[in-house]
Design a protein around this ligand. Structure first.
Ligand SMILES: [Ca+2]
Ligand SMILES: [Ca+2]
Ligand SMILES: [Ca+2]
Ligand SMILES: [Ca+2]
Length: 337
């Protein structure tokens, strides 16, 4: 299936030039547009869409018997000219560009249902969603204005550090479903999931790094609608420290913490200080079984808690950081020990 590949973006590499053939048939490189300058253009295109479109809010208010709770957009025109435009119903937040420091986006998102579960995904977690991805094109008049490029009606898991940034930024605003019901035929259904949409400027989408064969134009703004089912904690480098703890400067970005400056951010680095001892060997992980409030050591932190499906036991997972030489630097971040 191509769907997982499409949404995924190798977020650590960014193209800075586009190649194309000139009139003589030779390959020419065109520098990518200035990311800061592109912000205003993206915002205008998205706001124009939000002003001229509405979603099926009436169906959500009074759901028909067979309603699938999918968000659908349409143009405000004709019979629908009295509909409330999206611009009056969306929220927004300011989000940093991941490439150029100082560049910021106004990221619009639509919160149709917050989600009835207790937790929200953290930005480096793994989210289970159904979704549709649409690109918005104003670059090339020979292509359609909007086009569905990717979707999944069955729930799929996405590593939020590996998808387009605007999707990550939106997902952390929603709660997971209250519960997941498994039907007799094996399909699953969420009970009270997070339901929403995000309208992302190209700089938080693919910019010029559009997936090969996807047909997404460069600089396209993207719209994703989604149902958020579940999420689980990410530990992408499997070093025993959840990725949320590896965001040392706590700026909600996984890309810019790299203790040993080896180009691998800490969340993706199994030897964070490059001293040859893996991080997993420089920390202590523990499990407490059926202890609601275990007494933790001074430098021991709760990582997560889960219920063992077979035994029903409550398991509290912890990590203890060590500073063996007492120099104030945790061993797993200390290249000297
Ligand atoms: Ca980790
Ligand atoms: Ca590193
Ligand atoms: Ca690490
Ligand atoms: Ca060390």
């Amino acid at each position: 299936m191509k769907r997982a590949k499409l949404l995924a973006l190798i977020s650590l590499t960014f193209l800075t030039a586009l190649s194309c053939r000139n009139d003589d048939g030779n390959i020419e490189f065109i520098p990518a547009r200035d990311r800061g300058e592109e912000v205003a253009a993206s915002t205008t295109i998205i706001e124009d869409y939000l002003q001229t479109h509405f979603y099926n809010y009436e169906e959500f208010e009074n759901p028909p018997a067979d309603f699938d709770f999918k968000i659908r957009f349409d143009t405000i025109a004709g019979d629908n000219s009295d509909k409330t435009p999206l611009i009056n119903q969306v929220d927004f937040k300011m989000v940093p560009d991941r490439v150029d420091e100082g560049v910021e986006y106004k990221l619009y998102y639509l919160n149709v249902e917050q989600g009835g579960g207790a937790t929200k995904p953290e930005f480096p977690d793994i989210a289970v969603v159904t979704y549709e991805g649409i690109w918005l094109n104003e670059e090339n008049s020979s292509q359609a204005y909007t086009n569905l490029f990717d979707s999944s009606v069955v729930p799929v898991s996405f590593d939020l550090t590996g998808v387009v940034n605007g999707f990550q930024d939106a997902m952390i605003e929603f709660n997971v479903a209250e519960s997941i019901v498994t039907n007799p035929d094996g399909t699953v259904q969420p009970n009270n999931p997070g339901i929403g949409a995000v309208f992302m400027p190209s700089g938080l989408g693919y910019y010029v790094s559009t997936p090969v064969g996807s047909g997404i134009p460069v600089y396209a703004q993207l719209i994703f609608t989604f149902h958020l089912y579940q999420s689980r904690q990410g530990d992408q480098d499997n070093d025993g420290i959840p990725s949320i703890f590896e965001d040392l400067n706590m700026n909600q970005l996984e890309e810019d913490d790299d203790t040993d400056s080896d180009g691998l951010p800490n969340f993706f680095d199994a030897d964070d200080d490059n001293d040859g001892r893996p991080t997993s060997g420089e920390i202590v992980t523990r499990q407490y079984i059926n202890e609601e409030n275990p007494t933790l050591l001074p430098n021991e932190f709760e990582v997560n808690r889960e219920i063992d499906e077979e035994t029903g036991d409550l398991i509290v997972n912890t990590v203890e950081y060590i500073d063996e030489n007492g120099n104030g630097i945790w061993d797993h971040l200390d290249e000297d020990i």
